[in-house]
Design a protein around this ligand. Sequence first.
Ligand code: SGN
Ligand code: CA
Length: 510
Amino acid sequence: MKRQTRREFLRRLGYMAGSAATLSILPSCNTTGQTAAPKQPNIIFIMSDDHASHAMSCYGSKINETPNLDRIAKEGMRFENSFCTNSICAPCRAVILTGKYSHINGVKDNRQKFDGSQQTFPKLLREAGYETAMIGKWHLKTDPTGFDYWNVLPGQGRYYNPQMIEMGRRKNYTGYVTDIITDHALKWLKERSGDKPFCLMYHHKAPHRAWEPGPEYLTLYDDVKIPEPDNLFDDYANRGRAAKEQDMSIAKTMNDRDLKLVAPRNLTPGQKRLWDAAYEPKNEAFRRANLQGKDLVRWKYQRYIKDYLRCIASVDENVGRVLDYLDESGLAKDTVVFYTSDQGFYLGDHGWFDKRFMYEESLRMPLAVRYPREIKAGSVSDEIVLNLDFGVTFLDFAGAPAPADMQGESMRRVLQGKTPGNWRTSMYYHYYEYPAVHSVKRHYGVRTKRYKLIHFYHDIDEWELYDLQKDPKEMKNVHNDPAYADIVRELRAELKQLREKYKETTDPVA
Ligand code: SGN
Ligand code: CA
């Protein structure tokens, strides 16, 4: 598809917002003229970095529109209760690759290296006859294994003029990372030999900190005020030390680079001209205004959220290019497309950015899956699904048995609208990276559809309980409220059982 101008993009957003498109519900069996379902469908696993579901219009975002990402949900299934088991980048990716919790796969935090010699789903898919590729953000510190082709960013990678490592060889590119990763993904799709089913992992860096928008979107949202979350000025009353002692607040933690008061260092002269033309007038007005107190926080929130959403606009546009290619090439009907993010993110909620906490905004992973042959268009599931489940699910689509030591469950029957009767009713979480950047204390916990119990440990020993039905924004810890004593008892038992089930032996008060 031809690259669209910002004006075209905005016009399309307006059009999308106004039209209630009627979508046909495709039957899971073949309709006349359709070819037979392939034994092994192709898989495209699209993952962005730090994209919170409340910044996706199919999840009811009040702050942006994501028409292309929404297509996946509208033509497939959207998950209301998709969670990660450890809300940080490398650990989440290691869980996805292995189908095993962090304490088993060895990557508990962003500092540990992934042992690529262990069993992973790409290796198993290859054994099952798939061609596999990994393109984009990897962040696991060792070279990818199990892929016929890989081309990844080193570490976090750069937004502008990134370097990429293609099968071990470093190359520099001029341009914007979201476009470049997509160009590589499309090139691979177009050039692969085509005689095997494929699994493509197409992983964006965006919208990770420091939220540097692409050249087309530098002034998107300039003329609007993005609504603030109700708890932008949360004072953490009724909660424990962990929420009070974090270092990820919009008010105190953001620096001049985050706020674009200084330009990125590695722009070409042409990119720098565009950048300065977009930011300098706004920065000059900001400096003149000499804002203080809450007004300053409000300004920082607007600057942050607009840049974050601008990065998402590029992701949305580029995912649209891939979806268009699947349509044009005829691959769409035989390809299962997943869209998710390595975890959620705080969009000013509780006054924060970043992730890590087991609180809702960062525990949630957006998840939409399209496969017209099996998934009813426009369906929504509230079953609890986890990043732990992806590998087993892919193997199920490939018709390959999942090894007994993979800890996830296949989502395939949930996707078909036939959830097994014994599907999980709770999930286990564990975050380890403390002391470290953002100062989020170590914690583990259990979440059911209604409740969440968390134990913060290490240099603290505090329990929190949230009643998500009464308090969806988690503003009041009711752990010590006698009315919840029975719930606490039940959840503690559930937590113990989950820790045993997943062979979690980490001493919680070590
Ligand atoms: C960097 C960011 C942090 C972020 C971590 C982990 N700082 O250190 O804000 O929490 O990555 O993110 S930055 O100033 O370098 O952007 S993760 O998604 O890779 O886990
Ligand atoms: Ca991330």
